[in-house]
Design a binder for this molecule. Structure first.
Ligand code: TGC
Ligand code: FAD
Length: 392
């Protein structure tokens, strides 16, 4: 079993900026990850299985809906606490953070923001404990970066809606109890529908043979003439802006989460470099290895500052989509580069499951693709600063 020796880097004394509540939340999550995730995650990834045994614990530490009000079962925390929880969970594994992100920002968030009171009361408390698990269906086989082109659709049949179509690459799909599904009505307007497991014509086959996010279950959502009760439509917002609003919240969490993965790679590489002797000296004594480690801690520190400031703006409801997009892009790119460098510091040992680095590196290939690819985020910044969309 892998021993978790993680020590968190804090080169610019960012802890001074955190409140006592932030630190308590972070410590509780870090301790839980060391106890419940680190001992099992390598095995789960090797077997390509999502470890369902941790769902209850994720609910208990407040990882499902950290910022959702307490009256709906959430933890009622601020955005920086939410970020710190995502950082600590992704320090363990991006796939586990994915499960928490999807549940919180892509399932609970739209029900909280766009749902009515009956929907909030029915779904949110059960989602907060993990008694029910959710998924978010936006991407389709032919519409990934361009979700506005989706073809999944529903027709008003008087007593119910009839849903047809398919979603692909959906985290948590194979075991979700409820899916937030984005589909077009007969006028071509996008709406969110709550589709529950057991509804006739709704299936969720798992996607196999992934080399990335192996400890997270990914699948399809297939709808063949599914009858959706009318009370399952989210009434509060429609149009592409509705799912994109959820992505703002999830991308913010990823900007923090990626720091966790990078910290784990850096910390592992630093410890290894100080212990590994070659040519009579620890490899940490050689300039080329020091350059790698010095660049890693510099990039982590810059990413921490970006995430912290974004958290302040989020707390004040002032963070823009473009600011969130920049942090997601920068921090995931930073993490994937650190993972690649850190793996080299470990030489051959770096390719084994004895250390977490290769798993982080492979996971981050999904993280740099989902929630908007690196290129799409570059174009979002490009559009923001020039005023010209280069998407179409
Ligand atoms: P565009 O014309 O820019 O916008 C369409 C309408 O939406 C409005 N809008 C927003 N509203 C609220 N919040 C936002 N963040 C918004 N961004 C845009 C916009 O004002 C407009 O409104 P209206 O009234 O004028 O119609 O849309 P576009 O078709 O040009 O596309 C823009 C683009 C490419 C940036 C966008 O579609 C995009 O972000 N594409 C990337 C797709 C993506 O990120 N998919 C993620 C799927 S979910 C996922 O990956 C989960 S992984 C989770 C895990 O496991 O952790
Ligand atoms: P494409 O859109 O086909 O893009 C292919 C390439 O073309 C990319 O490099 C892209 O940057 C580039 N490209 C596309 N358009 C442009 C352009 N206009 N200009 C320049 N370059 C462009 N989706 C969900 O809805 N829910 C989920 O829970 C979910 N979970 C996921 C889990 C995993 C493990 C993965 C891998 C994906 C998940 N996704 C999910 C889907 C994810 O959001 C999409 O994969 C992503 O949005 C990219 O879409 P695509 O894969 O179809 O790539």
């Amino acid at each position: 079993m892998m021993q978790d020796l993680f020590q968190s880097p804090d080169y610019y004394q960012l802890d001074d900026l955190l409140t006592e509540e932030h630190k308590v939340v972070r410590t509780a999550t870090r301790d839980w990850v060391k106890k419940e995730v680190s001992p099992i995650i390598e095995d789960a990834a090797q077997k390509a299985e999502f470890p369902k045994s941790i769902i209850k614990g994720l609910g208990e530490i407040g990882a499902f809906g950290p910022y959702i009000p307490v009256e709906y079962g959430g933890a009622g925390l601020d955005q920086i606490s939410y970020g710190l929880i995502m950082q600590e969970i992704e320090r363990g594994d991006s796939g586990v953070r994915s499960t928490a992100s999807v549940q919180s920002s892509l399932v609970m968030y739209p029900i909280w923001k766009y749902g009515n009171e009956a929907q909030r009361k029915k779904y949110l408390p059960k989602l907060a404990t993990g008694e029910w698990m959710g998924s978010f269906g936006l991407t389709e086989p032919d519409h990934g970066s361009n979700p506005g082109g989706m073809t999944t659709n529903f027709k008003d049949k008087g007593d119910y809606y009839l849903l047809n179509g398919a979603k692909l690459w959906i985290s948590n799909a194979p075991f979700c109890d409820v899916a937030v599904v984005w589909a077009k009505n007969e006028e071509g307007r996008i709406h969110g529908l709550l589709v529950e497991r057991g509804m006739e014509g709704f299936t969720t086959p798992e996607t196999h043979n992934k080399w990335s996010l192996r400890a997270s279950a990914t699948g399809e959502l297939i709808f063949q003439d599914v009858k959706i009760p009318k009370e399952n439509l989210l009434p509060g917002k429609n149009g592409l802006g509705a799912p994109l609003g959820c992505l703002d919240s999830a991308r913010y969490g990823i900007a923090w989460g990626a720091i966790g993965a990078a910290m784990d790679c850096y910390d592992t590489a630093l410890r290894y470099a100080k212990e590994r002797i070659q040519f009579g000296k620890p490899i940490a004594a050689y300039q080329l290895q020091q350059k790698k480690l010095a660049e890693m801690i510099t990039e982590i520190t810059k990413a921490q500052l970006l995430a912290y400031r974004l958290g302040q703006l989020k707390n004040e409801n002032r963070a823009t989509t473009a600011q969130i997009s920049m942090a997601k892009r920068n921090n995931v790119d930073m993490a994937i580069k650190i993972a690649r460098e850190a793996r080299q510091v470990l030489g051959a040992m770096g390719i084994t499951g004895e250390y977490s680095i290769m798993r982080h590196m492979m996971n981050l290939e999904s993280v740099i693709t989902y929630e908007g690819t690196h290129d799409i985020h570059l174009l979002i910044t490009g559009m923001d600063i020039t005023g010209i969309s280069a998407f179409k």
